[in-house]
Design a protein around this ligand. Structure first.
Ligand SMILES: [Zn+2]
Length: 197
């Protein structure tokens, strides 16, 4: 209930505070070629990290240590999706939920690289959260128009079920709308924090 920003801001880990691996970057560098061994390094003012990896046909093998002693190793499956104009687009499959993603992340709370959803990450930088806002807005536009309504930001109320629509379809769309509006709420919180900080 209430408008955006009225919900409580949750303290979630931001994408920017995680190590991330971008499949498009690996592809561009030629690291996805079978048998290729490589090391990825991250460093900032006060910390640095590195992981080693080896590309196999359908997966990449990651091995690294956390907390200076604990050895971690596992496979991240790759998914090659054929493109219209030929060739393939590569994706990671999240080791936890199996969803197809372009980036996997590791937060300080996780020993493994997983997708953004599994780590429950949010965006902090205004560019990324701005992109994310636009995406959520587009989704809401679409969902509302499916119900014959128009999304008007804070002032929107979810339209009643159109006469010729199945109750189940309607409830599904309703659920999607609520989910997207919650996301929007969260993104607004992030922005508000940005302004204060
Ligand atoms: Zn996942």
């Amino acid at each position: 209930m209430g408008g955006y920003g009225s919900g409580r801001c949750s303290r979630k880990t931001a994408v920017e505070d995680c190590l991330s691996i971008d499949i498009n970057y690996l592809n561009k560098k030629g690291f996805l070629k079978e048998g290729c061994q490589f090391t990825l390094r991250w460093s900032r003012d006060d910390w640095s990290a590195s992981i080693s990896a080896k590309a196999h046909k359908d997966y990449i093998f990651l091995y690294y240590t956390v907390d200076q002693e604990k050895g971690i190793n596992y496979n991240v499956q790759l998914d090659k999706v054929p493109m219209n104009l030929g060739g393939y687009k590569n994706y990671f499959k999240c080791p936890k939920c199996n969803s197809r993603v372009e980036k996997i992340y590791k937060s300080s709370a996780s020993d493994y690289f997983l997708c953004r959803d599994c780590l429950d990450l949010v965006y902090r930088s205004s560019k990324e959260s701005g992109d994310e806002l636009a995406k959520v807005r587009r989704k809401l536009d679409k969902l509302y128009s499916k119900l014959g309504g128009k999304w008007r930001g804070v002032y929107s109320t979810i339209p009643d079920k159109p006469k010729n629509m199945h109750q189940r379809t309607y409830l599904g769309i309703r659920k999607d709308i609520i989910k997207q509006e919650r996301l929007l709420d969260e993104l607004f919180c992030m922005k508000a924090e940005d302004l204060i900080g």
